[in-house]
Design a binder for this molecule. Structure first.
Ligand SMILES: C[S@@+](CC[C@H](N)C(=O)[O-])C[C@H]1O[C@@H](n2cnc3c(N)ncnc32)[C@H](O)[C@@H]1O
Length: 355
């Protein structure tokens, strides 16, 4: 994909832990040329390459050298090292387990080594808010500061960046050329579920749209069909008749999870899209009106992927768990686009200062 920035702003990026390319795609929309993405999971390759015209390296970030990555760049004026390490070790969904014995914590340290070994002009990282409290994150910041970077890091509300989804994220931006920060959006209107998926063709549970196979929803058992039928947008399983309530929810402990088996509300942003968003029982992921869970395409749109983003090679089977993981793990494209625009503005200021 061609950069739309002026030639003297030729910013090229390397995306660590690139997944299906949410972060890359947003950077590209901001005019940054993403050249290579690295991810251990080869099921990301098709989506990453097809939608972003960049090379996918199926490798561990732990086994890669700065020179190998820099070899993919084509005479850039500025280099951006971007990455979103797996958030599972820090995620609230882990319900309290977050000890450093989880090997995935070390992946942020590998990112840090690559950053310090490569010394790109700019660095960005995104993750769940809880990472901000962890030692591994303060070490990351100190290492960058010691290497001469100016750092900005804050927890942001994705809805303010045009993402139609409640999602809080920790964003770090760093520049070795001066202070940089995520620019506030021009328009702070919160996009809603209705504005995002309201016009999609109707589906029944278990049905696939003929024109867009990604617009398909998971099947529901007769019991879950009866449950969704009596579910209210924004409501909970407490709205159901006693006979439909699961035994685990009748127990005291189950009552602390009121948002499972709920429908989303049309005129609000959606709840956080997780990797399991296609399951009606996995959160408040019921369609606001139709008796089914969200389709994969609806989840992707709520993550602000464009409507034609491809996740699976045409003709290949679509596995809910695989595609759900690619979508739910992504950095929302619109947030990434704002990060990219903020770096572009910063770089433009640098170029102007030397003229
Ligand atoms: C949060 S997701 C990244 C999402 C991606 N940035 C996007 O916007 O679509 C984290 C990714 O890290 C990958 N991963 C996990 N361990 C890895 C490793 N050791 N090296 C490279 N990638 C790894 C996972 O396969 C997953 O795709």
């Amino acid at each position: 994909m061609k950069s739309e920035l002026p030639p003297d702003l030729n910013i090229q990026a390397i995306d660590l832990f690139c997944g299906a390319g949410g972060l890359s795609h947003g950077l590209i929309k901001a005019g940054i040329g993403v050249k290579v993405g690295v991810d251990l999971d080869s099921s990301c390759k098709y989506a990453f390459e097809k939608n972003n015209n960049a090379v996918f390296l199926a490798k561990s970030v732990q086994d890669i050298e700065p020179t190998e990555l820099l070899g993919y760049l084509e005479s850039p004026n500025f280099v951006l090292l971007a990455g979103c390490a797996p958030c599972q070790p820090f995620s609230l969904y882990r319900q309290g387990k977050s000890d450093e014995s989880d090997g995935r914590w070390n992946l942020l340290r590998s990112f840090q080594s690559l950053a310090v070994g490569m010394m790109p002009d700019f660095i960005t990282m995104e993750n769940v808010p809880r990472l901000a409290e962890q030692r591994v994150f303060s070490d990351f910041k100190v290492a960058l500061e010691d290497a001469g970077y100016h750092i900005w890091a804050e927890v942001v509300d994705c809805t303010t960046f045009g993402v139609p989804q409640e999602r809080q994220r920790l964003v770090l931006m760093a520049s070795k050329h001066g202070a940089v920060a995520l620019q506030p959006p021009a328009n702070k209107c919160r996009k809603t579920v209705r504005q995002t998926i309201g016009e999609l063709p109707k589906l029944r549970a278990g049905e696939k749209n003929d024109e867009d196979p990604v617009h398909q929803s998971a099947g529901l058992t007769l019991l879950n069909l009866a449950r969704i039928n009596v579910s209210k947008p924004g409501g909970t399983w407490r709205d159901w008749p006693e006979a439909l309530i699961a035994d685990c929810h009748k127990k005291k402990s189950g009552k602390t999870y009121p948002s499972v088996y709920g429908r989303m509300e049309w005129d609000k942003p959606s709840p956080t899209i997780t990797t399991q968003f296609f399951g009606f029982g996995n959160g408040r992921f019921g369609h606001p009106k139709q008796d089914r869970g969200l389709s994969l395409r609806e989840g992707a749109l709520l993550q602000s992927f464009p409507s034609n983003y491809e996740f699976v090679e045409p003709g290949k089977p679509i596995e809910f768990s695989k595609v759900g993981r690619l979508i739910g793990n992504a950095v929302p494209v619109k947030l990434a686009e704002h990060i990219g625009r903020s770096f572009a503005k910063h770089a433009a200021g640098l170029v102007q200062a030397v003229r």
